[in-house]
Design a protein around this ligand. Structure first.
Ligand SMILES: NC(=O)c1ccc[n+]([C@@H]2O[C@H](COP(=O)([O-])OP(=O)(O)OC[C@H]3O[C@@H](n4cnc5c(N)ncnc54)[C@H](OP(=O)(O)O)[C@@H]3O)[C@@H](O)[C@H]2O)c1
Length: 285
């Protein structure tokens, strides 16, 4: 397949580009500097010039707290940009996969959120991502929305991606014990994104590693176990005690109603995926 991957400097984009290249795809990976998805003319021009089989949109404004004050920037990438790519994909009639988030849910449900649950985002980031989902589907009925959450991977700068480095340096970290999610290794997500681009079914998918999910503290404890780090470095804290600007769902574990019915294998259990990430083997290819 010839695939356009946007937001190419990002964690998921890098994993996706690497995976697609490894299976022989022709990958055009565009950074924000090369293709600003909020720029409609640039997006349409780029898509008209090249004949892609699929667009996988990994670009997003991912600063959840910063989105509370940078509302325009957040909506430009996470809502308008998602629509622009849908319009471009429609013009050239190609598959379109765009990533959304578990933060479209309010977190009141302590079980798993499926596609049957109504979104009710609490943060500007979550609202903009939901708006992006709706705009994409309205602009191009062939759009595939992939909701994921608690993503970590190589090159990632978020807490889940870097906590093992902090612990390795003997630094204490805050381990939140009352926020729950379904951890997702970017390399596993990347593979599924490619499978979905090929499947090309207009749908909302929930994609995470398998298992019952975890709290941040549970994830950190597993990192300690797997790497032999001192668990005394974990400072247990409640989510509220961090006083972060953006509200987060207390629980945003995702489950998918469609994947298995469509013959897609569940992603590896999150504990095995985490072990693989920490071993670093897949970083080298
Ligand atoms: N990380 C998570 O835990 C998580 C959870 C749920 C969903 N997601 C979703 O997963 C997707 C990938 O996230 P990620 O973790 O890989 O994010 P990331 O590492 O922050 O990468 C996002 C990339 O998008 C680029 N970008 C921002 N605005 C852009 C624009 N207007 N046009 C083109 N590129 C733009 C950024 O470039 P600059 O750095 O140059 O600005 C960055 O390289 C996003 O849709 C995100 O919302 C992530």
């Amino acid at each position: 397949m010839k695939i356009l991957i946007t937001g190419a400097n990002g964690m998921v984009a890098k994993a996706t580009a690497k995976y697609c290249e490894s299976i022989g795809d022709e990958v055009v990976a565009a950074t924000r500097q090369e293709l600003d998805i909020a720029d409609k003319d640039a997006v349409l021009d780029r898509l008209r010039r090249e004949n892609f089989d699929a667009v996988i949109n990994c670009a997003a404004f991912t600063d959840v707290d910063g989105s509370e004050t940078n509302v325009e920037k957040c909506y430009a990438a996470n809502s308008v940009g998602v629509e622009n790519l849908a319009l471009g994909a429609k013009e050239i009639d190609c598959a379109y996969v765009t990533i959304s988030t578990d933060y479209v849910f309010d977190g009141a449900n302590s079980g798993f959120y499926t596609q049957r649950d109504a979104p009710n985002p609490q943060s500007v980031y979550g609202q903009a991502k939901l708006d992006g989902e709706i705009r994409a589907r309205n602009a191009y009925a062939r759009s595939m929305i992939v909701r994921s959450g608690w993503i970590y991977g190589y090159g990632g700068t978020n807490f889940l991606s870097v906590m093992h480095n902090l612990l390795a340096e003997g630094k204490s970290i805050k381990a939140i014990f009352d926020s729950f999610g379904t951890p997702t290794f970017a390399n596993d997500l990347a593979k599924r994104l490619r499978e979905l681009a090929e499947l090309d079914l207009p749908c909302i998918f929930h994609v995470t590693n398998a298992g019952e999910g975890a709290s941040y503290a549970g994830f950190a404890e597993k990192v300690c176990e797997l790497k032999g780090f001192d668990k005394n470095l974990l400072e247990y804290a409640s989510a509220d005690s961090l006083k972060r600007p953006a509200p987060r769902p207390k629980s945003s574990k995702l489950a998918c109603l469609f994947s298995e019915r469509l013959g897609l294998k569940p992603l590896p259990h999150w504990e095995n995926a985490l072990a693989e990430f920490l071993e670093g083997k897949r970083e080298r290819g």
